[in-house]
Design a protein around this ligand. Structure first.
Ligand code: GLU
Length: 444
């Protein structure tokens, strides 16, 4: 190893340069190791200087807070919250807050670094971060969620800020969570600064300083990628079929937007199970049902199927829009689709990806496919800074242009280097980061 900076191992021994490998047999998926593997392959490909690679291989800051909240039954519960700030050479740290029982330091490090690649790939003046709380938000009332969010934001204190680190929604959080977060932060800065700190979080409700188009932005970006892929492959989306794993913000908007292009969603799934409907689900109705019942469980349309049957459903496109590590070698071998578009972060593990490549099933990777969310978050932040409100048409127009440009850059890199779209996405991002490091260098 000839790195000039040693790579510290924060969670057990991490080899200096892991390559993508099948996750080890322990029950915990080594997500950060997997992402670092992609970083190393892409870094070799673009000849990234060793010291820059090493700096990018670990987050700059890993913040962990413990904070007490009095619950509805009068008891006090101590929560563990995280904010991982991976890199800010391009601009303030940016990325979501995840509320999920599976939240771990390792996963957040992976997700924070992916935000750095996403922002660089999309040409945004933002860095990468991710945070969250390890708990199941479904087990708490709205009133309790508000208290938990407020105490978390208070505990993070000046580790976040509109010019420093800007959280947003992620799994288990939404626009309401961001309204509480903004309000809490505003109340810590004194009234004279209230208005100037609106941009401390993005993904807010429109009436509270959010932007039009943020709700559907990630799904919209997924669909822009699908449209570009269809053009490149002379594939007619009208009359095509898709299956979607996860029916939260990303999955539901993707289904609705695809239906507008004449594509029908014939199988869906979430944490409660899977359903199949050869006639196609009505995305709007299913979305309303999920809003009311919290999941697709008991939805009157279609019939229940197993997870195995879901992945083996014959369709044109699969959009995994749930958790990481969902598509392994077995799922990939059973699939009958032409294209996988990663609405979620890290849904394919390296074993799954290898099988997809062998079977010539295309994969549009997470850092490209789901970057519509952070891109429109950036537009929200800019509007907050300028005290402006853009129309939905304006946001849509800008997002489409950015997504198409990034898609083109990635495909172009993949052709030039003969690599997968995933490695090409990382490579484009790394070239942009490297250029800035070369200009600014390391202080002092
Ligand atoms: N949580 C989203 C993501 O993973 C959005 C982040 C943001 O808008 O800052 O990309």
């Amino acid at each position: 190893m000839n790195d000039t900076i040693q790579t510290p191992a924060s969670e057990g021994p991490v080899s200096a340069r892991p390559r993508p490998s099948k996750p080890n047999n322990s029950s915990k998926y080594a997500f950060f190791e997997v992402v670092q593997g992609y970083l190393n392959v892409a870094a070799d490909l673009v000849g990234l200087p060793d010291d820059i690679r090493t700096m990018l291989s670990q987050p700059k800051q890993e913040i962990i807070v413990h904070f007490p909240v009095r619950l509805a039954d009068g008891s006090i519960h101590l929560f563990k919250g995280y904010r991982i700030q991976h890199n800010n050479i391009l601009g303030p740290y940016k990325g979501g807050l995840r509320y999920h029982q599976g939240v771990s330091l390792d996963d957040l490090k992976a997700l924070a670094s992916m935000m750095t690649w996403k922002c660089a790939l999309m040409g945004l003046p933002l860095g990468g971060a991710k945070g969250g709380i390890k708990f199941d938000p479904r087990a708490f009332s709205t009133r309790e969620l508000q208290k938990i969010t407020r105490r978390f934001i208070h505990a993070l204190g000046s580790n976040i800020g509109p010019g420093y680190d800007i959280p947003a929604p992620d799994m288990g959080t939404n626009a309401q969570t961001m309204a509480w977060a903004m309000d809490t932060y505003m109340n810590t800065v004194g009234y004279l600064s209230h208005e100037s700190v609106k941009g401390v979080v993005t993904g807010k409700p429109v009436a509270s300083g959010g932007t039009h188009g943020r709700g559907k932005a990630t799904g919209q970006g997924v669909v822009h990628c699908i449209v570009r892929w269809a053009e490149d492959n002379k594939f007619d989306l009208e009359g095509s079929t898709n299956i979607i794993q996860g029916f939260g913000n990303v999955g539901s908007h993707t289904a609705i937007l695809l239906s507008k292009l004449g594509a029908s969603t014939i199988a869906v799934g979430d944490h409660t199970g899977y359903r199949h409907n050869p006639e196609g689900f009505n995305g709007h109705k299913l979305c309303e049902y999920v809003k009311e019942h919290g999941s697709i469980d008991g939805y009157p349309g279609g019939e229940a199927i197993t997870r195995e049957e879901f992945f083996a459903t014959e369709a044109d496109i699969l959009v995994p829009a749930a958790l990481e590590n969902q598509i392994g070698a077995e799922e990939a071998a059973s699939m009958k689709v032409k294209l996988v578009v990663e609405g979620a972060n890290g849904p394919c593990n390296p074993g799954g990806e290898e099988v997809l490549a062998q079977r010539s099933i295309d994969v549009i990777p997470d850092v490209l496919a789901n970057s519509g969310g952070v891109t429109v978050s950036y537009y929200e932040w800019v509007q907050n800074k300028r005290c402006e409100t853009w129309t939905l048409e304006e946001v849509d127009r800008r997002l489409q242009k950015k997504m198409y440009a990034a898609y083109g850059d990635v495909v172009d890199m993949a052709r030039r280097k003969g690599c997968s779209l995933r490695i090409a996405s990382y490579a484009v991002a790394l070239e942009r980061l490297a250029a800035v490091y070369a200009e600014r260098q390391v202080w002092p």
